[in-house]
Design a protein around this ligand. Structure first.
Ligand code: FE2
Ligand code: FE2
Length: 289
């Protein structure tokens, strides 16, 4: 149902709005952590980037929502703005609670244009795919106590809703504007991912640590390298695929879900194994502050 119909719009907007959960990050059941666990958390190098990314995303999505005319889409979009802002708050609460200092990055001027939201949407599709994989592995090896992983799970569930909302919204908008034919959609989607990958590559470029980040570009992948020493690309990709299926499987029939990365990863997993040559051996080398 990607024909630009009212029924599709109502389904993806109502699904998003009705699955919104109300909670205060400060009131979540934050567990007591021992010094080793706090040190492990502190050693993760992406907190500063993640915090700025969520805060910037909150402002950008909220601003974009205000430009929208359609009341259903505006309501859902505004709710995503609330959730991104709350992700920033949740990180702030966690860092404060466990005494983790991070460098404050200056807010970047919020760009509330449609192009900014589209770029953000593709980047979220990539970040969430890697995020599902990272936290699947983290849970498996019990990197953190279950109570803390459960809190991260809340964010992952929201990111699954965000990417589902995005792929349906963009399909609806393309169809509504007469650009819904498969050839145009394939090219536009490909370009969207290429732009997103370019931004992710720039995250890893020398000096990128100091560059301003508009969204969560690449921090999920960066986090995998920092957290999970010695994993293979194969096990990482397999975890991304199963995590993606897990978090997106609950979406109602009739909604699109992101498929590009899971399908590419499944293809990659069919290639002959060379895992010894692809071992990730990067250890955290710096603190977040
Ligand atoms: Fe977020
Ligand atoms: Fe999000």
């Amino acid at each position: 149902m990607t024909d630009g119909s009212q029924a599709h719009k109502t389904l993806f907007c109502r699904t998003f709005i009705e699955t919104h959960r109300t909670f205060d990050p400060a009131a979540l059941p934050w567990p007591e952590l021992d010094a080793n666990t706090i040190d492990r958390l502190r050693s993760i190098p992406f907190w500063s980037v993640a915090l700025a990314a969520e805060q910037n995303a909150g402002v950008m999505v909220t601003r974009f929502a205000k430009t929208l005319i359609d009341p259903q889409i505006r309501e859902a979009m505004a709710m995503q703005g609330v959730e991104e802002t709350r992700h920033g708050r949740l990180l702030e609460v966690m860092l404060e609670r466990y005494g983790i200092d991070v460098a404050k990055r200056p807010p970047i001027p919020a760009d509330g244009r449609e192009r900014a939201f589209i770029d953000f949407g593709y980047e979220e599709c990539i970040d969430s795919f890697f995020g599902f994989g990272i936290f699947g592995l983290a849970r498996k090896i019990q990197l953190f106590v279950p109570e803390l992983t459960d809190i991260f799970e809340v964010v992952l569930l929201e990111e699954a809703r965000h990417v589902t909302f995005f792929v349906n919204w963009i399909a609806y908008e393309r169809a509504r504007r007469g650009r819904g034919n498969p050839a145009f959609t394939a090219v536009a989607t490909g370009l969207g991912y290429v732009r997103a990958v370019k931004r992710i590559v720039s995250t890893f470029a020398p000096g990128a640590q100091d560059a301003p980040k508009t969204q969560g570009v690449g921090f999920a992948a960066e986090g995998a390298f920092a957290l999970l020493d010695g994993i293979t690309w194969r096990s990482f990709l397999a975890s991304c695929v199963s995590g993606s299926e897990h978090y997106l499987s609950g979406m109602p029939k009739g909604l699109l879900v992101p498929r590009v990365l899971p399908e590419m990863a499944k293809l990659a997993l069919k290639l002959p194994t060379r895992s010894k040559m692809l071992r990730i051996s990067t250890r955290p080398t710096s603190t977040a502050s």
